[in-house]
Design a protein around this ligand. Structure first.
Ligand SMILES: C[S@@+](CC[C@H](N)C(=O)[O-])C[C@H]1O[C@@H](n2cnc3c(N)ncnc32)[C@H](O)[C@@H]1O
Length: 382
């Protein structure tokens, strides 16, 4: 549960975003051994399972505020991390769109504003890795037993679906996405298909033991409809697992200047989200699951630092990955928003992204955002 905020007082919250996410991410600065959740302590076997936080959905903050490592040299910038550069389909889905040096999806062109190129795929895989550190390797926090059918909506590189297919060899795991960017060498029980989650779903009612949805806040416009379709497709007694992060940066020690480029970037991001009809509802996912009819809704919220400044060893490692992720996240989230939606020139957009990222690399800046892990169960009798 929440530890007390640092001596500097309550968190200052600014408007903002999060970086968003890889199987074998490249080495971020000072991140230690990516494979080992060293210092991760002994998290619960099931970090969100009912019992840990039962009853009505509640915002159970795990670690906010976050103590700054007082042994840190707080001058200068963090070094850049390196190496972020790391299909029954019709040909049209591969007619990718290129814009300002990035590649975007072709199917339902323009619906989703983030790139799908290798740089972005590395970022997505990096986020997956970071969550594995956070949850000590747990992929499925919902207490599913012997699942046979699992769906991962907006699967991205398919990394979660592939890992889950390995974990449950007797289950069929389907990953859907607008972009056919998933690998072809996958476990035999893992399949991918191009599909628009905002369309009416063709999956039969009561099909899946588990539906997973992660980081779709910049994708889905009508959340009640989306969650309603998930509810229909889950089997009675089956589970939904949703992971979203908010777009609000907090700083317990007021280490973010009021006139910062970071703040400006997040303000513009919110304006663009509004203009595109994309609501910021991460903090309301649990409520929306209950409204759709899910029961046993349970939520955990983790504050994750953007940089390796936390005293806690695991958060320090996660912060290093978050910082590495930010190498490309400002442009991944921001370029299309700023140019397509807010009419900035590519140069202005890149300049703002660079300045925001540079501020984040300052060792004096201690900001974090909230990540919501929410599960819910479809009642046996519906
Ligand atoms: C931020 S990524 C998250 C990927 C993956 N869930 C993960 O956690 O690694 C969002 C993904 O959703 C996909 N997406 C966006 N809008 C979608 C839609 N309407 N239907 C299906 N997929 C969508 C994007 O192509 C992208 O791969």
């Amino acid at each position: 549960m929440a530890s007390s905020p640092s001596a500097a007082g309550p968190a200052t919250v600014i408007s903002p975003n999060n970086p968003g996410s890889p199987s074998s991410p490249k080495n971020p600065e000072s991140a230690g051994n990516p494979g080992s959740p060293e210092g991760a302590g002994n998290p619960p076997e099931n970090p969100v399972a009912p019992g840990a936080n039962t009853g009505e959905a509640s915002a159970a903050y795990e670690n906010i505020g976050i103590a700054v490592d007082d042994g840190l040299d707080s001058d200068g910038l963090y070094e850049h991390s390196h190496g972020t550069d790391t299909t029954s389909l019709s040909s049209g889905v591969f007619d990718y769109q290129y814009e300002n040096g990035r590649r975007y999806h072709a199917y339902r062109e323009g619906r989703y504003v983030m790139p799908n190129d290798e740089k972005e795929q590395d970022r997505l895989d990096m986020t997956h890795h970071m969550y594995l550190i956070l949850l000590a390797g747990v992929l499925v926090v919902a207490p599913v037993e012997n699942p046979q059918q699992i769906l991962d909506v907006g699967t991205g590189t398919g990394i979660w679906a592939i890992d889950v297919a390995d974990q449950f060899p007797s289950a069929v795991v389907i990953g859907t996405d607008l972009s056919p960017i998933q690998p072809s060498w996958v476990p035999p029980n893992c399949k991918f298909q191009v599909d628009d989650a905002e369309n009416d779903w063709s999956f039969p009612r009561d099909s899946f033991d588990l539906i997973h949805s992660r980081h779709l806040m910049t994708s889905i416009r009508d959340w009640p409809k989306y969650i309603g379709q998930i509810y229909n497709a889950v089997k009675p007694g089956g589970w939904v697992q949703m992971v979203e992060h908010d777009f609000v940066l907090a700083s317990d020690d007021n280490s973010l200047a009021p006139d910062s480029a970071l703040r400006h970037w997040f303000d513009l991001y919110h304006t663009a989200m509004d203009n595109m009809g994309l609501p910021s509802l991460s903090h309301k996912v649990s409520e929306m699951l209950e409204e759709a009819g899910f029961t046993e809704v349970s939520q955990k919220v983790y504050g994750l630092p953007w940089g390796p400044w936390a005293k806690d060893k695991k958060l320090k490692e996660i912060g290093a990955w978050m910082l590495a992720n930010s190498e490309t996240s400002f442009e991944a989230y921001g370029l299309a928003f700023l140019t397509r939606v807010l009419d900035k020139s590519p140069e202005e957009a890149k300049d703002l992204c660079d300045r925001a990222h540079k501020e984040l690399r300052s060792k004096r800046v201690h900001v974090y955002n909230s990540h919501y892990f929410v599960i819910g169960r479809k009642p046996l009798e519906t």
